[in-house]
Design a protein around this ligand. Structure first.
Ligand code: GLU
Length: 328
């Protein structure tokens, strides 16, 4: 789907009387996405993901003024997969602060989400916290002195708090599937353990990682959970989740590393910090304006949602929302 252009006509809801009619834009995007025939391919390496209907599409936008705009399957839970890495990173930075960067880099990898090739040359230090190797180190930090069950519970509580919704849960079928098929992730874990960059038994750290990937959330819940990243680290009510500097840095990592080796293309086309997952979801942030979640299960060759990316590109073009465009 690289370079694939947006369908014509979706801009018709744009601006009108000078005020952007966001609901009309969102509905137009959902209609344009429903008409697409090239929907990408659902991930099949985790059995639970292979069963998901590629026709599904949801979008939810939490705006800075407190509105929630939705269209399509915005309330249907799906497997957030690697989107969980954003929240796991937030928790790990809260535990060990900048010491994390002694164990994980901050550079785009230019390689696939599950690549092992850079680890040997870079002595077991993964390029960034959003490729699998980096996220496994982050899971190891979050495991800390806990039992895996407690670390997973902490992550779930954090997401329930941010989403203001206690129904956020773990899909145990997906978690089992991850465990049964996660040979590459085990290899990454073992390899890093050999370099001394995992502190716990690999199966314990991987247990935390697999369960965080198996968290199920809807677009509405995810858009709510991302709000602290649009508000400089605060929730709408004012409670602080992270410092402004940390929120900016998490956004920077999402922009540069959030879509694996298609991160540059996502920045080029959409221009928002974003994090994808192989469940077909994408969380995108427009600082000061919106926290957005889209879901379309079909993936492109890089493992990112084909139509989710297209929907965000349409939204960016119709609203002018981009970190590369000045606020009006
Ligand atoms: N649980 C998935 C894995 O490690 C996450 C990958 C992704 O969403 O990119 O294979």
């Amino acid at each position: 789907m690289l370079g694939k252009s947006c369908p014509a006509g979706y801009k018709k809801a744009r601006k009108g009387t000078g005020r952007v009619d966001l609901q009309a834009i969102v509905d137009d995007i959902a209609a344009a996405i429903a008409a697409q025939t090239d929907r990408g391919a659902v991930a099949t390496y985790i059995p639970g993901l292979a069963k998901v209907d590629p026709q599904r599409f949801g979008i939810a936008i939490a705006t800075a003024d407190g509105a929630m705009l939705t269209s399509g399957d915005a309330s249907a839970p799906f497997s957030i997969q690697s989107i969980s890495k954003v929240f796991a990173l937030t928790l790990a930075l809260g535990k060990v602060g900048d010491q994390l960067w002694e164990r994980v880099g901050r550079e785009p990898s230019g390689t696939a989400f599950n690549s092992i090739v850079q680890l040997e040359a870079e002595k077991g230090i993964p390029r960034n916290p959003f490729i699998n190797a980096g996220a496994i180190v982050v899971a190891d930090v979050n495991l800390g002195a806990h039992q895996p069950r407690e670390a997973i519970g902490e992550m779930l509580q954090f997401l329930r708090y941010l989403a203001e919704d206690d129904s956020v849960h773990i899909d145990e079928d997906i978690a089992r599937g991850e465990q049964d098929t996660g040979f590459r992730n085990l290899a990454l874990g073992n390899y890093m353990r050999a370099f001394g960059n995992l502190r716990h038994a690999v199966d314990l750290t991987l247990g935390v990682y697999f369960h965080q990937c198996a968290i199920a959330m809807s677009c509405v819940q995810l858009a709510r959970a991302g709000r602290f990243l649009m508000f400089d680290g605060r929730l709408p009510g004012g409670s602080r989740v992270v410092s402004p500097a940390r929120a900016r840095r998490i956004n920077a990592l999402m922009l540069t590393c959030g879509h694996y080796d298609a991160s540059g293309d996502f920045a080029f086309r959409v221009g928002m910090p974003g994090k994808s997952g192989v469940g077909g979801g994408i969380l995108a942030v427009v600082p000061g304006r919106a926290s957005i979640a889209v879901w379309s299960p079909g993936l492109n060759a890089n493992g990112n949602s084909t139509l989710g990316t297209m929907a965000l590109q349409m939204l960016a073009e119709a609203t002018g929302w981009s970190i590369f465009q000045p606020h009006e």
